[in-house]
Write a protein that binds this ligand. Sequence first.
Ligand code: DX5
Ligand code: ZN
Length: 216
Amino acid sequence: MIKIAPSILSADFANLERDIRRIDTADYVHVDVMDGLFVPNITIGIPVVKSIRPTTALPLDVHLMIDRPVRYVETFCQAGADIVTVHVEADTEENTGKALELIRAQGRRPGVVIKPGTPAEAVLPFLDQCAMVLVMTVEPGFGGQAFMPDMMDKVRAIRGWIHSRGLDCELEVDGGIGPATAPVAVAAGANVLVAGSAVYKAADIPGRIRELRGQN
Ligand code: DX5
Ligand code: ZN
């Protein structure tokens, strides 16, 4: 089944608990962490993950858009992250591998993310260690951007590797996902769809979540 991970980047931060409750029919809560260095925006961090942890039973899918995430992955796990994804562009191959090991050692699910300009092959050194691979379908940094259909070749390639290696690894897409683009990403092999604006701007949020899953 297709899983939906609404991004709370599009929520009202003054009413975060309410807005997390509004997505309680989703599968994951997607938390976009930005440091103003790896991406040109600053959002939320460890204290917010800790505060929202008791407000929902859904797994927290924490997308770290931060420089050298190996420094912080354990703290995010301890704050309550269930899935922690790190960008392959954010550090050396050695440190990215180490970050994934630290997340796994905390009993959480590690994953890697690739930006639009990064080839699919960049995930290969880490694939066996990953519970999640995230393919960005916009440049990371901001919600509300247009979906990049050119990324679907990478989704197809990574789905093929996951299949041929027989891995238990989810494949997520993030950026510009809505009713028109969700089927495109699913057809390419994605099974987890992040959606910020498309969920939070909807008049009927549970209806939109079903629609993105392809249940309508
Ligand atoms: C962008 C973030 C996304 C963003 C998606 O850097 O990683 O998760 O919130 O927003 P939409 O769905 O509005 O493109
Ligand atoms: Zn994200």
